[in-house]
Ligand binder design. Structure first.
Ligand code: ADP
Length: 275
């Protein structure tokens, strides 16, 4: 595994204990008589207050990896640790936003009740405390006026904001996002990318976001983990180093952005061609 430093002046080396540690993770699916190795020996760390994007071609095993990280699926071998605790099931301190918001929101519950729902499992939070957290999370995604509406009364982009608010209300240390903007139109996608930057600045957590969109990965990430190969491994971890605040027009028109995008694309293409 190599780590390239694209812009050392804006990128101090990461220090301290990782919040999430993945070591030698592999996953093989067994379906009937068929054995399909999807992930092979994936190793990386994520640190406090950074955004890490995981990119790779469709079918590379990105969702499989994210499910293993979230404790929703056991790996065939290897380990995942959140701080010092080994992940063997969904841990406290970690929340997930899935691509398909329409299936993750309860249509018979108001937006506010949807956001409060997972907080019921959190001990020590009163009804008033749950409500306060839900209101804060809805405000941070720009939906403070929508608490009494139902999900089906909102646009797709707004429904995904509700799903993000629900994860934020949990106040996780690590937020996992699986292709979270893949089901919305291009303009909404840009808005949600910028929302990701703003919630990260406000909540100071670690975000791991899976995407097949290389441009999105460079725009959002402090580091991009490039997955490729069969079975999939980490081919490179790219240090992004673009300044903050980032902007859809000015950041994306810089030479550094273009170079990083080409570099990540090249990694994926080179590996695909050599297989
Ligand atoms: P990505 O998210 O990169 O598109 P996935 O993790 O969804 O990739 O899938 C990787 C491969 O594993 C695909 O070939 C997919 O068909 C297969 N796969 C995913 N889930 C299962 C499962 N539950 N059982 C068997 N095969 C699966």
């Amino acid at each position: 595994m190599t780590e390239i430093i694209s812009n050392p002046s804006t990128n101090p080396p990461r220090q301290g204990t990782p919040v999430l540690s993945v070591r030698g993770l592999s996953k093989t699916y067994e379906t009937g008589t068929r054995t399909r190795p999807v992930l092979g020996n994936v190793t990386f760390d994520a640190y406090d207050d950074e955004t890490v994007c995981i990119v790779g071609p469709s079918g590379a095993g990105k969702t499989t990896l994210l499910r293993c990280l979230a404790g929703l699926m056991p790996p065939s071998s290897g380990t995942v640790h959140l701080r010092s605790d080994r992940v063997t099931g969904p841990p406290e301190g970690l929340a997930v936003v899935f691509q398909d918001y329409s299936r993750s929101l309860m249509p018979w519950m108001t937006v506010r009740k949807n956001v409060e729902l997972p907080l019921r499992a959190r001990s020590g939070l009163s009804g008033q405390g749950r409500r306060a957290r839900a209101e804060k999370a809805l405000a941070s995604v720009g939906l403070e006026a929508c608490g009494n509406q139902y999900p089906w009364q909102l646009s797709g982009g707004m429904q995904q904001r509700v799903a993000i608010a629900r994860a934020l209300a949990y106040e996780p240390e690590v937020l996992l996002m699986d292709e979270p903007f893949a089901s919305v139109d291009a303009q909404t996608r840009s808005d949600l990318e910028d929302l990701t930057h703003s919630i990260k600045a406000r909540y100071k957590m670690t975000i791991l976001l899976v995407t097949h969109d290389i441009e999105e990965s460079v725009y959002l990430a402090d580091r991009v983990i490039v997955l490729s190969g069969t079975p999939t491994t980490v081919s490179e971890i790219v240090d992004v180093g673009l300044d903050y605040p980032r902007d859809q027009v000015s950041t994306k028109s810089t030479k550094e952005f273009a170079e990083l995008r080409s570099h990540v694309l090249g990694l994926i293409r080179t590996r695909a061609a050599s297989e």
